[in-house]
Ligand binder design. Structure first.
Ligand code: TNX
Length: 487
């Protein structure tokens, strides 16, 4: 078999023959309507012919996301058992196309894992909406099928809620940010803020769906909620005190109280959230919940004894269970961070195991549906090397080769790369941290068989020019200086 062309993530099988199909002025497409549009937009064709043919076939082997693709003298033939498979075939064509030429190939492809995600934190810095579109498209380019949008945190609330407008009016803005590393404790007085309207997010969801990308929103509760408490002090444990939206990175001690009204409030928020985001999974957080306020709060103590809880920390499990049950009543599934392994995973919830590979194993052993997001392999906000040229990062080093080496347990739903944005204030820095490590993670999630670092590097050598064409500010493996930053 001949080598290349270089598809990332690596397809299950690919055979190459000499010759090219040339995409011309007349080249046209025949496919299910939404897919035909995607092909026209992606390959920039507008002809009336049917040289590019995509169709659905009955083939269980391909699963939902698999496809067969053949480029030959008479054009392109693509088959899949479901629409997602056709969409991924389009991305393969996009990678194969060199100017207007498609090499003769035969590809059979399907993913190893059904969840290949990317978390983007838009709470710490509110990244511009056009960037979210671009980012979704870059995910699709790598057959990553899930954007996990971290919409709320101590430092900002980005999701418009009609019923509670102060969440964005007040919670969407802060009057300063950490300067330098958060451990230095310095902050500036430069205001920052913003939010996305429901209308804007609905449109983003539609754009993503067209490309096969699902968006899972996260409203993080009951911790990481200082922005909401700043907007509505009655949600907090000291309702007569007003708090600012937090300036510093790090974990706020201020968490939601455990009153029934507060649970009802967050349920209302979830109702508006699920109205905008149709994806079955809804992330309700549950990470890093300090229980100091609950330990000294009389309502919390009453709640503990009423529920037979032995430690204030367990109120975190109580919170997640209430929210998850509400989602379940509406036909949705909760997703939670792995802290809940100690406090009870709500029925049917998926577990996002972030605190290392042991937590992934623990969650799998517990019989849960698990998305593997262990920090030592998937935290793309970590620096890529220990070079002094690295932009300021939270700590930890995660080289590309290490991301590529990750072997998640076979039984997990899939894998996800995290871009927490404390130290990623601009889209360019997000791209610098994301790529090419996210390409490696895409392969970890998608490709079966032996991992082959040398082959991956060779293919990456051909892939990076594609990212150049898309103007991606990726980290070119130590060969250029990073984007300038204000930190
Ligand atoms: C921990 S990972 C967090 C985030 C931070 C991140 C920084 C997780 C579930 N929570 O709030 O942004 O560390 O790496």
């Amino acid at each position: 078999m001949r080598r290349g062309p270089s598809i990332i993530p690596r397809p299950e099988t690919m055979e190459v023959r000499d010759g090219h199909f040339v995409i011309g002025a007349d080249t046209g497409v025949s496919a299910p309507p939404d897919i035909a549009d995607l092909v026209r937009e992606t390959l920039a064709i507008a002809g009336s012919g049917n040289e590019i043919r995509l169709s659905l076939v009955n083939d269980v082997h391909l699963g939902t996301e698999g496809y067969r693709l053949r480029v030959a003298e008479d054009g392109v033939e693509v088959q899949a058992a479901a629409l997602p498979g056709l969409r991924w075939a389009v991305q393969t064509l996009r990678q194969l196309a060199e100017s207007n030429r498609l090499p003769y190939v035969e590809v059979v492809d399907r993913p190893r894992h059904g969840w290949r995600g990317s978390l983007l934190d838009v709470a710490r810095w509110c990244h511009p909406l056009p960037f979210l579109y671009r980012y979704v498209d870059l995910l699709a380019f790598h057959k990553l099928n899930t954007l996990h949008l971290h919409l709320t945190d101590d430092q900002g609330w980005r999701f418009e809620v009609h019923r509670y407008p102060r969440l964005t009016e007040v919670g969407g803005f802060r009057d300063g940010s950490s300067v330098g590393h958060a451990s230095e404790g310095r902050t500036d007085h430069v205001p920052h803020g913003g939010f996305y309207t429901q209308r804007e997010l609905r449109d983003l969801v539609a754009y993503a769906a067209h490309r096969g990308v699902r968006i899972m929103p996260e409203v993080d509760a009951p911790g990481h909620m200082q922005a909401a408490i700043a907007a509505y002090p009655r949600l907090g444990n000291a309702p007569n005190e007003t708090l600012p939206v937090r300036r510093q990175w790090g974990i706020s001690q201020h968490v939601l109280n455990v009153a029934d009204e507060t649970v009802a409030f967050v349920r209302d928020v979830l109702d508006e959230l699920t109205d905008v985001f149709p994806f079955e999974h809804v992330h309700i957080g549950g990470d890093e919940v300090p229980s100091d306020e609950w330990s000294v709060n009389s309502v919390a103590r009453q709640r503990m004894s009423a529920e037979n809880l032995t430690s204030p920390g367990q109120l975190s499990g109580w919170w997640s269970a209430r929210l998850a049950a509400h989602l379940a009543e509406h036909g949705r599934r909760a997703a939670v961070w792995d802290e809940l392994l100690e406090f009870g995973i709500p029925d049917g919830a998926s577990v996002f195991a972030w605190q290392g590979v042991d937590r992934v194993d623990l969650a799998v052993r517990g019989g849960h549906q698990v998305v593997a997001a262990p920090y030592e392999y998937t935290y793309l906000d970590w620096a890529e090397s220990d070079s002094p040229d690295e932009p300021l990062a939270i700590g930890g080093v995660l080289p590309l080769s290490k991301v590529y080496s990750y072997q998640p347990p076979e039984s997990v739903l899939g894998v996800q790369g995290q871009l927490w944005s404390e130290y990623l204030p601009t889209p360019k820095l997000v791209e610098w941290r994301a790529f090419p490590r996210l390409a490696a993670l895409a392969e970890v999630g998608w490709s079966r068989g032996e991992r082959d670092p040398a082959d991956f590097h060779r293919r990456l050598g051909e892939h990076l020019p594609r990212l150049d064409q898309l103007n991606v500010a990726y980290n070119p493996l130590g060969k250029a200086s990073p984007p300038t930053r204000r930190l």
